[in-house]
Design a protein around this ligand. Structure first.
Ligand code: C5P
Length: 234
């Protein structure tokens, strides 16, 4: 398998073609952005940690029956994945009130959401990923009814599995974002799962161990990523 040309550069990753049309390489950068890229910075070795964390989580989910795009970790910052035709929808699952939900509804962060809440956003950097619902997805033809149902089922399954995984590591999975795509007609979980895309709170102290430390200038950003990496990978 030979690494080809880069064909996409996002905020946190670069995608490279390979000589196999079914496979691509995700390269994890240290760049961090927040508030629709109005705030920019780097988090030392974030790419290495997110690659490792995502590898462990994809393998865990796959072993529990969730189809993911993960094939193999190639190096510190590179992961071989199936080439997906991305469905332009971000799915957010929330177990606690936090972030944009707290702001939108004028609520304190921390309250438990039972059952968990599922939200959809349209994947668009220029528009700042606006919130949409299933009717938009259907009307725009971004996914079929069957795919929407499958994505919802998989998102809740991922939530149950990850909630349990992190609970065993003394972390509360507050919320997270996932993306899906098609590969030979089947829906797969794509992108990455890491402290950039999830909120983790320490179970006893509720200390934030995720990208909110960068977003909110809370300090000890690298330490938080390292701590999550240690608990996930050991
Ligand atoms: O900001 P908000 O509260 O909507 O984020 C919910 C969850 O989704 C958080 O874990 C956040 O890290 C993640 N997210 C993401 N990418 C986005 C928006 C949110 O990973 N574009």
């Amino acid at each position: 398998m030979k690494k080809g040309e880069p064909f996409y550069e996002g905020k946190a990753k670069i995608l490279y073609a390979t000589d196999d049309p079914d496979l691509i390489i995700q390269y994890f950068k240290d760049d961090a952005t927040a508030f629709n890229a109005q705030k920019r910075g780097t988090i030392h070795e974030k790419g290495i940690m997110n690659n490792r964390i995502s590898e462990v989580l994809f393998k865990y989910l796959e072993s529990r029956g969730v189809p993911t795009h993960f094939v193999q970790r190639l190096s510190d910052r590179e992961m071989l994945v199936k080439r997906l035709q991305i469905i332009p929808v971000e799915v957010i699952v929330r177990n606690r009130i936090a972030g944009s939900l707290a702001k939108r509804l004028g609520l304190e962060e921390g309250g438990t959401l039972s059952p968990p809440v599922l939200e959809h956003c349209y994947k668009s950097d220029p528009l700042g990923d606006p919130m949409i619902n299933e009717f938009h997805i259907r009307a725009m033809g971004w996914a079929t009814d069957a795919e929407i149902k499958e994505i919802e089922k998989l998102s809740f399954r991922v939530n149950e599995l990850l909630k349990d995984f992190f609970d065993q590591r003394n972390l509360i999975l507050v919320d997270f974002k996932v993306e899906f795509g098609r590969h030979h007609g089947k829906v797969y979980l794509g992108d990455e799962i890491c402290p950039d895309t999830c909120r983790f709170w320490e179970k006893d102290t509720l200390e934030k161990l995720d990208k909110d430390r960068f977003r909110r200038d809370l300090g000890k950003v690298e330490d938080a990523y390292q701590e999550v990496c240690r608990r996930v990978c050991n």
